[in-house]
Write a protein that binds this ligand. Structure first.
Ligand code: CA
Length: 219
């Protein structure tokens, strides 16, 4: 790391971030910016290896700086350093191309250690952020599973519907099926409607094929 960009509006925090960068990468040349427009100007002027970028800036969001850096300097590593630990800040920043996400609440030593991990190719993530990313993806997997279950539930035939389908497939008419079950035609018509909807078919022939496919009748 030879050239670092530090984007932070509060002077004392900016100085602190300079110290963090220099502790992690001794001899690194530091360029400072306090606003989004200033940072974007610096990005067009010179190349950077690393950028530490605050999100809450007076004229906009540091996410724009992350995006611009990724676009104009693909080899530069943008790392967000912020007080915000919520999904609404974290995920847009990662989406914009942030390679790391550090929380300002951490002691300087911890930040330095996390930046140093980059030399091993590891993204610098504060522990609560790493946990949030993992739990987000675990939650996604769970949501997807329950959606699949819901869909399965919606298309699963009840026992009565299965019996009705078998008889439809065998060629019995609606009045015949009603008599066989001792139910009204209206009720059997409802069952057939449900079966057609669940199987996504619109004719007796299609229903019969589907019944055969499910092994409910001999083809
Ligand atoms: Ca700020």
């Amino acid at each position: 790391m030879q050239n670092a960009l530090i984007v932070e509006d509060l002077p004392e925090i900016r100085d602190w971030l300079v110290q963090v960068a220099q502790a992690a990468f001794p001899g690194v040349a530091v360029t400072r910016a306090a606003r989004v427009d200033e940072a974007l100007a610096r990005v067009t002027e010179r190349g950077f290896d690393l950028a530490l970028i605050d999100l809450g800036l007076p004229d906009g969001s540091g996410i724009d700086v992350v995006g611009a850096l990724r676009q104009r300097q693909p080899t530069a590593v943008p790392v967000v350093v912020t007080i915000y630990d919520d999904d609404d800040h974290l995920f847009p920043a990662l989406q914009a191309g942030a390679f790391g996400y550090l929380l300002k609440e951490q002691p300087q030593d911890a930040l330095v250690a996390q930046l140093l991990r980059m030399t091993q190719g590891e993204p610098p993530l504060s522990p609560p952020i790493a946990r949030r990313v993992l739990s987000y993806f675990a939650g996604e997997a769970q949501r997807r599973q329950s959606l699949v279950r819901q869909v399965e539930e919606q298309v699963r035939l009840t026992d009565r519907e299965t019996e009705v389908l078998q008889r439809v497939a065998k060629g019995y008419t609606l009045p015949e099926i009603a008599t066989q079950f001792g139910l009204s035609r209206h009720t059997i018509a409802d069952h057939i409607k449900q079966v057609y909807r669940k199987l996504n078919v619109s004719s007796r022939a299609e229903a019969a094929l589907e019944a055969a496919r499910r092994g409910l009748v001999n083809p």
